[in-house]
Design a protein around this ligand. Structure first.
Ligand code: ADP
Length: 505
């Protein structure tokens, strides 16, 4: 090949150092010819012997039998054998069955007619059967090539991302076309993807670019196939196939199919990007509206308390209460703004995960350091069997655990038990936070993960923002996991964080 070498070929020639594939094919053909010639000669000898020794019939029956033999040979093995046997059959017919028997003298001109009939039969029958064989072979090749295109199109439809499609194409094409190796080159960005096991160290992009520009249709060079990959009328790249046996039409169809599948995934990706941008814009607008709305309540309380403080000479205790309201509402506004910003970052996908593998115990300890008051007001039990590791962003994930612990503490009576446990299945590590609180109404269980949603239990506890679970869910999903809840009103709730097992564990 112009640019590539496939190690598989050198391996093959090492296994048979003296014999090339061409030599092997020649040897096989010679053997077939010898066996066929001997079989034909033996069949002729049997017919002659049978009619000379055992079955005595008139010369016409002998001639018809020989004609049948020639017809069979011509139909099965082609002209070459049939002509040789036709000549041999004429000689035998003349020598053994036509008067004067035992000589090659042809006295009657009708004998010439017999020879002529044998030869004509041989030629016509072999031509007819050869044509039928050729047509069958063409039909078989077409069927194989259509099947090949179908298999390839099915393989190429399996992915919706450009990166995985480009890395899949060489192996899929090599596999389907039975080429010893394959590669795809795309002019834009000089991207080159070889099939598995191909030595691509000596690639020269300038050479590939020139080849792509000059290639109008699939073209074979030294047994290697160069197929243009097109996007519309533009040639965007090149498929390189080593030792592939394909017709030009099929090779061009493969090039077209590859081009279309690349166009398809590029269109899908750009549509998804457009949709994501639209969704992000929608969320930003929604967020701005919700934050403005949510800020109104604490602002109204602060304004009311401040106005009351300014206008009257109220007793010390009352003014203390109003100042406390101002203090609490300021805290709430502060939390609202911080959490809204975090949520906006998560929505945009701009939050960078700094992944580290650590034990679940360490993660829980880290979370408890952020909310020590939970331990002060409740009996905390930790049930983590053995060493379970997770690969997470410790800062973000401890925030999730802390939020679940704070909710468990906020929404259940002081002194009640909170259990934090962990387990590992084949796919996930699950961390559960269970409380003995009021529980959550089944109708509310899916709503509590929505941003700014505060359930019935939430409204009874001041200071909440309704953002905690929405942020927690977004963080867990950024780790490719999921967050869910099981709760029975009056008996408590269990929130579970399911994190996919990392490969290192
Ligand atoms: P916040 O706690 O600020 O209201 P969250 O998003 O953390 O916001 O929770 C949303 C709602 O879910 C809460 O208002 C509450 O009604 C409900 N909730 C969350 N955790 C629990 C729990 N452990 N027990 C009962 N209700 C809960």
């Amino acid at each position: 090949m112009l640019i590539l070498q496939a190690p598989s070929l050198s391996t093959r020639s090492r296994q048979h150092p003296d014999m090339t594939p061409y030599n092997r094919a020649m040897l096989l053909r010679t053997r077939v010819a010898v066996v066929r010639s001997m079989t034909a000669a033996a069949s002729l000898a049997i017919v002659v012997l049978a009619y000379r020794r055992w079955i005595h019939v008139n010369p016409t029956t002998v001639a018809l039998t020989l004609l049948l033999l020639i017809l069979l040979l011509a139909a099965e093995w082609g002209l070459r054998y049939a002509v040789v046997i036709a000549v041999a059959a004429t000689a035998c017919y003349n020598f053994f069955f036509l008067p004067p028997v035992g000589t090659f003298t042809i006295t009657d001109p009708q004998n010439w007619l017999a020879l002529f009939a044998f030869l004509i039969t041989a030629i016509i029958a072999s031509r007819l059967s050869e044509r039928a064989r050729e047509q069958a072979a063409i039909a078989e090749t077409r069927r194989r090539e259509v099947e090949l295109l179908f298999r390839l199109s099915r393989e190429l439809m399996q992915t919706d991302s450009v990166a995985s499609l480009l890395s899949l194409i060489p192996n899929a094409v090599a596999d389907v076309t039975e080429a010893s190796s394959a590669a795809i080159f795309l002019v834009e960005g000089d991207r080159f993807f070889p099939s598995t096991g191909m030595d691509a160290s000596s690639i020269q992009f300038s050479q590939l670019r020139t080849l792509t520009e000059s290639l109008a249709e699939a073209h074979t060079e030294d047994g290697d196939l160069h197929i243009p990959v097109r996007s519309g009328v533009r040639t965007t790249g090149l498929l390189l196939l080593e030792q592939a046996k394909l017709s030009t039409a099929t090779a061009d169809a493969i090039g077209g199919l590859v081009g279309i599948s690349i166009d398809r995934v590029e269109a899908l990706e750009s549509a998804a990007r457009g949709k994501a941008a639209e969704e992000s814009e929608r969320l930003r607008a929604l967020m701005a509206d919700s934050v403005t709305h949510e800020l109104r309540t604490p602002l109204t309380s602060i304004k009311g308390a401040a106005t009351a403080l300014l206008q009257s000479n109220m007793p010390m205790q009352q003014s203390q209460e109003l100042l406390q309201i101002i203090d609490e509402e300021c805290d709430r506004m502060n939390r609202l703004v911080t959490e809204s910003m975090e949520m906006a970052q998560l929505d945009q996908g701009s939050m960078q995960l700094r992944l580290t593998t650590l034990s679940v115990d360490a993660l829980i300890n880290r979370a408890l350091q952020t909310c020590p008051w939970v331990e002060e007001r409740h009996t905390l039990r930790t049930e983590v069997p053995g060493h379970i590791g997770v690969t997470v962003d410790p800062h973000l994930m401890s925030k999730v655990i802390c939020n679940l612990l704070e909710n468990a503490a906020k929404y259940s009576g002081d002194g009640t038990k909170i259990t934090i446990s962990a387990s590992r299945s084949r796919e996930y590590v699950t961390i559960r936070v269970a409380d003995q609180g009021a529980g959550i109404d089944p109708l509310e269980q899916s709503l509590i993960f929505e941003r700014f949603y505060r359930g019935r239990s939430g409204q009874a506890v001041p200071g909440g923002t309704g953002m905690g679970l929405a942020i927690s869910r977004a963080i867990v999903e950024a780790h490719q996991g999921y967050l869910d809840v099981m709760s029975q009103p009056g008996r408590g709730s269990t929130f579970s964080v399911h994190l996919p097992l990392s490969r290192e564990q």
